[in-house]
Design a protein around this ligand. Structure first.
Ligand code: 6GU
Length: 256
């Protein structure tokens, strides 16, 4: 998978050299390009923001640097004909098992005004060949940037959750970690991917390792029983109890 990131803080993404994703980059499973938005400005001060039309607090990111940066990554493209189904953008929703029917990159703007990022969305995006992230700062990016690229390809606004970050960088880092680990080969043991929170709609069961007793707390005896049927049943029960207690909102959505 190719991933491009446009940001005014490219150093934020230095940590993608580390750990599993760093290995995935070294082995060529993930090809990452981090681009400084200021390199796409033409004025002496590398200006990326200006005051908002209509007034109000804060600054808005100017459209021209974004246009320059994104054209260089995506290629300047003609407006797509909405009547032509081959070029009509289809919002990605629903069936995560299906390969995307559309071609071309997906442009993602992290935004608290976007669709909620979920494990299902991470799965869908992990099937893509090319993701491009545009990290906004200040009070956001001039709306025409989103409008322009929406007329030419697939664009999504994606939110991490209902709280405010100073910019999209940390959100994009979280998304890349969630998406990247679902790319085949990135996580060494694929079995470890399926028994996790949210993959089956439930939170994960609690885990234990040696010693069997620690500070007066014992490992649940069933886990030491060697009875794999009983262990499975116990773990499922724990998942259901935990989800009902902590995240009752997830309960109706779970499968099986
Ligand atoms: Cl994706 N961006 C920003 N700036 N704030 C957020 C967010 C994203 N998701 C939650 N808060």
């Amino acid at each position: 998978m190719r991933i491009d990131i446009v940001t005014i803080f490219p150093e934020f993404f230095d940590v993608l050299d580390l750990s599993l994703l760093g290995k995935a980059r070294q082995s060529g499973l993930i090809d990452l390009g981090v681009h400084n938005l200021r390199d796409s400005t033409h004025d002496r001060h590398h200006t990326v923001d200006d005051t908002p039309y209509g007034g109000g607090a804060g600054m808005v990111m100017k459209p021209e640097p974004w246009g320059n940066a994104l054209d260089a990554i995506l290629g300047a493209q003609p407006e797509s004909d909405p009547a032509d189904s081959a070029t009509t953008k289809t919002p990605i929703t629903g069936n995560a098992a299906d390969a995307p029917t559309d071609t071309g990159p997906i442009l993602i703007f992290p935004s608290p005004a976007g669709d909620q990022f979920t494990q299902a969305m991470a799965r869908e995006l992990s099937l893509e060949q090319h993701l491009v992230f545009g990290c906004g700062r200040y009070e956001g990016i001039d709306q025409r940037v989103v409008d322009h690229y929406s007329q030419r390809g697939r664009v999504r606004l994606v939110s991490l959750g209902d709280y405010v970050l100073n910019g999209g960088e940390v959100a994009v880092m979280a998304m890349i970690e969630a998406i990247g680990r679902l790319i085949p080969g990135v996580v060494g043991n694929p079995a470890s991917l399926v028994e996790e929170s949210h993959e089956d709609g439930l939170l994960e069961y609690p885990s234990y390792t040696k010693p069997a007793s620690w500070r007066g707390l014992d490992v649940p005896p069933v886990l030491r029983s060697g009875d794999h049927g009983a262990i499975s049943t116990w773990r499922r029960q724990q998942q259901i109890e935990r989800t009902e207690r902590v995240r009752p909102d997830l309960m109706p959505r779970r499968v099986s």
